[in-house]
Design a binder for this molecule. Structure first.
Ligand code: UD1
Length: 419
C-alpha cells in the first residue's frame, strides 16, 4: 500500500500545467463506444479511473491504447453487452456505459456502480430516463438488464427532478443514436456536459442547448470517429490553487479553464488571495494570512460553488483568520475528510449538511487515511499547510483523480514523497 509523506509548513512557489479533466474524459471514453471508427483523445489524464474505463472498453471488445496523455480507442466491433460487477464497482462513471451501450447495441447488462462513498448515490433518475426512452429494464440478483425491444432507443421528453450530471450524460449517450428527438429539461449545466457534447458533435451528433437547462438531441443512425482534446480539470485546478492558498506562496496555473473555474475562484478571492487570469493561465498570490469567507459557502449545481471543491477549500480555510461556514447541498455525507483535518489541529464542527470552520493559527502534521478522492486531496492541502510531517495512507482514492499528485506538488516546491 503506497502512502504520501509530506513535510509541511513551506511556502509554495512555481508553475504547473493543469491535467485534463477526469469527469470529462470518463463519459467521453464511454461515448467512444458509439463510434465505429477510431477515436483519438488528447489531454486525456493518466489516472486509475481512466484505466478502469479502458478495462470496461476492452472487456466489451474494443481496443484502447495510451501514450502519455493521448488515448486511442477503436470500438469497431463490440462483442459483449454485459459488464461484470467487479468492473462496475471500480468507479461511479461505469454507469455511463449503460447509455453508451444502449446507444450502440440497444442492450446491456450492468449493476450498481461503485465510486466515492459520499452518502447514498442512487441511479433512479438514470433508470427512469432510459425507461422513458423505451428501454425495457429488469433487475435480477443485483444485475440491471436493459434492452430496446425494437433494437433502438426512442427519443423522449425527459424532465429531471434534479440536474444530475450523470443522468444528463447517460441520456445524452443513449439519445444521440436514438430514433427521433430527445429533450432533457432541468439538465445539468456542468462544463463537462458541454465537453461531452463537444465530443459527440465532433462525431456527427446533433445537440443543441448544452450548458443550458434544456438540451435538445436529434437522433442519428451512426456516429463517426474524431480527434478531440479533453478540457482541463477545473477541480484539480481548484485543488492546486487551494494548496498554495493554504500553505502560502504564489503559483501560475497554465492550461487552465478560467471561465469554468469562476464559481470557485470568486470564493477563493474572498480569502484575500490575489488572483488574476490571462488566456488559459491563472496567477495566484496568497496574502499573509487567509481571511475567512464571510458568506456561507453553499455547494450547488454549476454555475454554483462545486461540491468537488468543498473539501480542498475547507482545508485552506482551517488556518484562516475567522470563521467560515459550509453548506453541502449535493451529497449527504461529504465531510468525511473533516476528521483528518481535526487531527491536524483544525477546529471544525459538522452539523448535518453544515460545517463550521473556525480558523486556527497553525496546524500540525498527522497520520491520516484518505476517505475519498477529494477528501484525500484536502488532506494533502492541509498537510502542506501544517508544521511537521504528515503521512497519508489509502492514497488509491487520490490516484483516481489526480495525475501524479506528488510530482505536481513538487513542481510547486512542496516537500512530498510517495513510498
Ligand atoms: C458527478 C461527478 C462528481 C460530482 C457530481 C456533482 C463525475 C464522474 N462525477 O457525479 O464528481 O461531485 O457530479 O457535481 O462526473 N442522484 C439521485 N438519483 C440519480 C442520480 C443522482 O438521487 O439517479 C443524486 C445523487 O445522489 C446526488 C445528486 O443527485 O445527491 C447529484 O448527483 P449527480 O449530479 O448525478 O452526480 P454524479 O453524476 O454521480
Amino acid at each position: 500500500m503506497q502512502k504520501l509523506i509530506i513535510n509541511g509548513g513551506k511556502r509554495l512557489h512555481g508553475e504547473l500545467s493543469l491535467q485534463g479533466s477526469k469527469n470529462s474524459a470518463l463519459p467521453v471514453m464511454a461515448a467512444a463506444l458509439l463510434c465505429e471508427d477510431t477515436v483519438e483523445l488528447t489531454n486525456c489524464p493518466v489516472l486509475t479511473d481512466v484505466y478502469s474505463a479502458s478495462r470496461i472498453l476492452n472487456h466489451l471488445g474494443c481496443q484502447c491504447s495510451f501514450s502519455g496523455s493521448r488515448a486511442v480507442i477503436s470500438a469497431g466491433s463490440v462483442t459483449k453487452t454485459e459488464i461484470p460487477e467487479e468492473l462496475m464497482r471500480e468507479m461511479r462513471s461505469s454507469i455511463m456505459f449503460m447509455g453508451a451501450m444502449l446507444g450502440r447495441t440497444g442492450e446491456c447488462t450492468v449493476s450498481i456502480p461503485g465510486g466515492c462513498e459520499l452518502g447514498p448515490r442512487p441511479i433512479d433518475m438514470h433508470l427512469a430516463a432510459m425507461r422513458k426512452m423505451g428501454i425495457d429494464i429488469r433487475e435480477s440478483m443485483g444485475r440491471i438488464i436493459c434492452h430496446a425491444p425494437s433494437g433502438r432507443a426512442k427519443g423522449a421528453r425527459i424532465s429531471l427532478a434534479f440536474p444530475s450530471v450523470g443522468a444528463t450524460e447517460n441520456i445524452l449517450l443513449c439519445a444521440v443514436t436514438a430514433e427521433g428527438d430527445t429533450v432533457i429539461n432541468n439538465a445539468a449545466r456542468e462544463p463537462e456536459i458541454c465537453d461531452l457534447c463537444g465530443f459527440l458533435r465532433s462525431c456527427g451528433a446533433e445537440i443543441k442547448g448544452d450548458g443550458e437547462s434544456r438540451i435538445v438531441i436529434k437522433g442519428k443512425n451512426k456516429l463517426h470517429g474524431c480527434t478531440y482534446r479533453i478540457m482541463p480539470d477545473r477541480i484539480a485546478g481548484a485543488t492546486y490553487l487551494s494548496m498554495t492558498a493554504a500553505a502560502g506562496g504564489e503559483m501560475i496555473l497554465t492550461n487552465a479553464c478560467v471561465q469554468e473555474m469562476e464559481p470557485f475562484i470568486s470564493v477563493l478571492e474572498q480569502t484575500g488571495c490575489s488572483i488574476s487570469a490571462k488566456g488559459d493561465t491563472i496567477y495566484l498570490r496568497s496574502g499573509a494570512r487567509l481571511r475567512s469567507v464571510k458568506e456561507r459557502i453553499r455547494t450547488m449545481p454549476h454555475p454554483g460553488f462545486p461540491t468537488d471543491a468543498q473539501a480542498v477549500l475547507m482545508a485552506a480555510l482551517t488556518k484562516a483568520d475567522g470563521t467560515s461556514i459550509f453548506e453541502e447541498n449535493i451529497f449527504d455525507c461529504r465531510y468525511r475528510h473533516s476528521e483528518a483535518l481535526i487531527k491536524m489541529g483544525a477546529d471544525i464542527q459538522v452539523l448535518g449538511k453544515v460545517a463550521v470552520v473556525k480558523g486556527v493559527p497553525s496546524l500540525h502534521g498527522a497520520a491520516c487515511e484518505a476517505t475519498d478522492l477529494r477528501g484525500g486531496a484536502a488532506m494533502v492541502c492541509a498537510a502542506l499547510a501544517a508544521e511537521g510531517r504528515s503521512v497519508i495512507t489509502k492514497i488509491s482514492h487520490i490516484d483516481r483523480g489526480y495525475e501524479k499528485i506528488e510530482e505536481a506538488v513538487r513542481t510547486l516546491g512542496g516537500d512530498i514523497v510517495r513510498v
